[in-house]
Write a protein that binds this ligand. Structure first.
Ligand code: HEC
Length: 221
């Protein structure tokens, strides 16, 4: 027993000598028992790489591909006919980018967005991709996830949800835009996935669905 305690003390002294006491700082490089991720095969920026046939480490975008959320400007920026690209993510504090005018949600499409057939088609596509799983194909709040526990997705056809005079159910266009951008309650944010113009297209499509349901007097409970 005596020898056990002696050797125990000895081992403890060695461990403290090698690793230091808890919280002590060292200038020496850290001990890596398993290799840290600092040390892994990688290409540093601007460096060459033998992995690729042309020897370039930094790769160019795949030919004819367009980064998500962007479109190719038709004209160079120096040309008088240049128009800034249609698609992009939140970049500014104006109504188009935030859905807010000052501290308040605005209503109506911003001047940058033309209400036309292409907008509604785009909105339909983006709604079906991003929102329908929870809010339902018709926007009635009963998407496929309602069968698996998400019961509270907003029903865009609930009584008064088109009527600005009904503060309980009405959501202004800017408020819907803001919920897409930042999420609300149980709903996550889609600001990083859906470009600004597409968010407005979705808002327009939700309004079109509401009108269709109201005018055709269909029940979407
Ligand atoms: C993963 C499920 C899910 C998806 C996908 C989803 N939502 Fe929601 N959404 C919810 C839930 C749940 C709520 C209720 C949030 C709460 O009040 O807790 C909600 C609420 C809302 C509201 C009402 C917020 C308020 O003011 O009370 C709006 C507007 C809305 N969603 C729009 C959208 C749009 C537009 C999309 C597509 C871009 C979308 N949602 C995608 C689940 C979802």
């Amino acid at each position: 027993m005596k020898y056990f305690f002696l050797s125990y003390l000895f081992v403890a002294a060695i461990v403290v000598a090698a690793f230091g006491t808890r919280g002590s700082k060292s200038e020496l490089p850290p001990l890596e028992i398993f290799q840290d991720m600092d040390h892994q095969a990688k290409v540093k920026y601007q460096a060459k790489s033998d992995f690729f046939a042309d020897g370039l480490g930094g790769r160019r975008p795949v030919a004819n591909s367009v980064p998500m959320g962007f479109e190719i400007p038709g004209k160079p920026a120096s040309s008088p006919d240049y128009k800034p690209p249609h698609y992009g993510f939140t970049n500014g504090l104006d109504y188009y980018n935030t859905g807010k005018i000052g501290d308040y949600y605005g209503d109506g499409l911003p001047k940058e967005v033309a209400a036309d057939k292409a907008l509604l088609e785009r909105g339909e596509r983006q709604f079906n991709i991003n929102c329908a799983i929870c809010h339902g194909d018709s926007g009635n709040g009963k998407g496929i996830t309602s069968k698996y526990g998400i019961m509270t997705a907003f029903n865009f056809h609930q009584a008064g949800s088109m009527d600005p005079a009904n503060p309980g159910a009405y959501r202004a266009d800017g408020a819907i835009f803001d919920v897409i951008t930042h999420g609300k309650g149980l709903m996550g944010s889609y600001g990083g996935n859906i470009a600004v113009h597409d968010r407005w297209a979705i808002v327009a499509y939700i309004r079109a669905m509401q009108v269709a349901v109201k005018e055709n007097n269909v029940s979407v409970q």
